[in-house]
Design a protein around this ligand. Structure first.
Ligand code: 5RP
Length: 232
C-alpha cells in the first residue's frame, strides 16, 4: 500500500468522528487534504458541517470540494479539528509545521474541543525531534531571535543547526501570516513541554511547531491496519 493510500485510510477513519452540525477545524498538508476531499463527498450526500481552514491552501481545497467555510471571527469554538502531523510521540505531543501552517493550525486547534491527528504509521516516533522543528519568527531582529532560540535549546539540553526556510523559488518562505520559519534539526527532544514553554517566551518567536497537550487522539494507518491512540 502506498503512503497516499495509508493517509487516505486514516482520513476516512477520522470522518467517523464527524457528526451532523459540527463546526470543524480543517488541517493543512497532504493527509489533511484527503480528509477535506472525503468530507466534501459526505457533504454532497447530505452531511451538514461548517469548517475553519488552517491555511490559504486548505481554504482553496475546501472551496473546491464544496465544504462550507467560516472563520474564528464568526464563531468562537470548534467541535473538532482534524489535521496531520510531522511526528507524533506516545504522549500525543506532536511536531507540526512541515507545510508552514503551524501558527494558524495551533490557533484553530486551541479553539477546538478535540483535535484528531491523522497520519501514516511512519509519523509515530518514540521521541520527537527527528523531524526539524519549525519555528515561526518575525523577520525583524532575526539574528537576535536565533541567538535566543539557541540559548533556549542549550537550557533544554538540545542542539542542532538552524536554517531559515526557503520557498521553491529560492526566496525566503513566507507564511500565510506574513512571517518566516526557522527549521531546527535537533535529533531528539528529551523534554518537549519544557522546550515548548521556553521557545514561547522569546519575543521574536511567533509560534513553534511543538503541539503539547492539544491532541485528543491520533488515527494511524499502517500496513497492518488502522490504530487509534486516545489521550488517556
Ligand atoms: C502543515 C503541517 C502538516 O500537517 C504536516 O506537515 C504533515 O503534512 P503531511 O500530511 O503532508 O505529511 O503541520 O503545517
Amino acid at each position: 500500500m502506498t503512503a497516499e493510500e495509508l493517509k487516505r485510510q486514516a482520513a476516512a477513519r477520522a470522518l467517523e468522528y464527524v457528526s451532523d452540525g459540527m463546526r470543524l477545524g480543517l488541517g493543512t498538508g497532504s493527509t489533511a487534504k484527503h480528509f477535506v476531499e472525503l468530507l466534501g463527498a459526505r457533504i454532497k450526500t447530505g452531511l451538514r458541517v461548517i469548517g475553519v481552514p488552517t491555511s490559504e491552501a486548505t481554504r482553496c481545497e475546501a472551496e473546491r470540494c464544496g465544504v462550507p467555510l467560516t472563520t474564528l471571527d464568526e464563531i468562537d469554538r470548534l467541535d473538532l479539528t482534524v489535521d496531520g502531523a510531522d511526528e507524533i510521540d506516545p504522549a500525543l505531543n506532536v511536531i507540526k509545521g512541515g507545510g508552514g501552517a503551524l501558527l494558524w493550525e495551533k490557533i484553530v486547534a486551541a479553539a477546538s474541543d478535540r483535535m484528531i491527528v491523522i497520519a501514516d504509521e511512519s509519523k509515530w516516533v518514540p521521541v520527537l525531534g527527528g523531524f526539524p522543528l519549525p519555528i515561526e519568527v518575525i523577520p525583524f531582529g532575526l539574528p537576535a531571535t536565533r541567538r535566543a532560540i539557541a540559548q533556549a535549546f542549550a537550557e533544554c539540553g538540545v542542539a542542532g543547526p538552524m536554517q531559515t526556510r526557503a520557498a521553491g523559488n529560492g526566496h525566503v518562505f513566507v507564511t500565510d501570516g506574513g512571517h518566516w520559519i526557522v527549521d531546527a534539526k535537533l535529533g531528539q527532544i528529551a523534554d518537549a513541554p519544557r522546550l515548548a514553554a521556553r521557545l514561547s517566551a522569546i519575543p521574536g518567536v511567533v509560534e513553534h511547531g511543538l503541539f503539547i497537550g492539544l491532541v485528543s487522539a491520533t488515527v494511524l494507518a499502517g500496513a497492518n491496519g488502522i490504530r487509534v491512540v486516545e489521550r488517556p
